[in-house]
Design a protein around this ligand. Structure first.
Ligand SMILES: C[S@@+](CC[C@H](N)C(=O)[O-])C[C@H]1O[C@@H](n2cnc3c(N)ncnc32)[C@H](O)[C@@H]1O
Length: 184
């Protein structure tokens, strides 16, 4: 079976290098924040967002335990407010939509009304040769609707400026899938 997580990293690493700026739009337990932090190194910068204080606490612990470079800023705010906190162009952004796996607070999930403005702001912040990775979880209703909304949105982009691909297991419609947004 295809390993979604390692594939995402493969695409990010085609664009993101040491010294770059990256954003984790859905921090959760900090797995993606750690990956971004280690990839950009001590000369780079990572901003990470979540609306749950508990996510910031577990991410802080994870980064310390993994000896991540001190290049990160953890922000307790909805990702659609990204431009209030990030004012420089970004080379990569990761969205891992949905709710925290294993959490008993499944109602704290990403929602279409904030996901769309967050994705639009992320696209605006992307530098040339930048990439966004957006993982969608259609196994729950809001996730399925987020996926449909994003597909309709991305179809409108001018491919001369922004290329959007979708990686999906076609014979497993409820499995997670992801969009790759690349700015030329
Ligand atoms: C699937 S989890 C992310 C997993 C994470 N990337 C990791 O490595 O552990 C989704 C996260 O998005 C967060 N979230 C939900 N709505 C959000 C919003 N509007 N802005 C930022 N984060 C949000 C949830 O609190 C949850 O922690």
């Amino acid at each position: 079976m295809v390993d979604l997580l390692s594939l995402q990293k493969h695409f990010i690493l085609q664009h993101l290098k040491e010294g770059d700026v990256a954003v984790d739009f859905t921090m959760g337990n900090g797995n993606d924040t750690l990956f971004l932090s280690k990839t950009v190194g001590k000369e780079g910068r990572v901003y990470a967002f979540d609306i749950q204080e508990s996510a910031l606490a577990s991410t802080q612990t994870r980064l310390k335990e993994a000896d991540a470079p001190e290049n990160y800023t953890l922000i307790c705010a909805s990702h659609h407010r990204v431009k209030e906190f990030v004012t420089e162009p970004i080379k990569a952004g990761m969205f891992n939509l949905g709710y925290l796996p294993g959490s008993n607070r499944k109602q704290v999930t990403t929602m279409r009304e904030t996901t769309l403005p967050a994705v639009m702001a992320a696209v605006e912040l992307l530098s040339a040769d930048g990439i966004l990775l957006i993982a969608v979880y259609p196994g729950h209703e809001e996730g399925r609707l987020e996926g449909e909304m994003l597909l309709a949105h991305f179809k409108e982009y001018d491919r001369r400026h922004i290329c959007v691909s979708c990686f999906r297991i076609v014979n497993s419609p409820t499995s997670p899938f992801f969009f790759i947004v690349e700015k030329k």
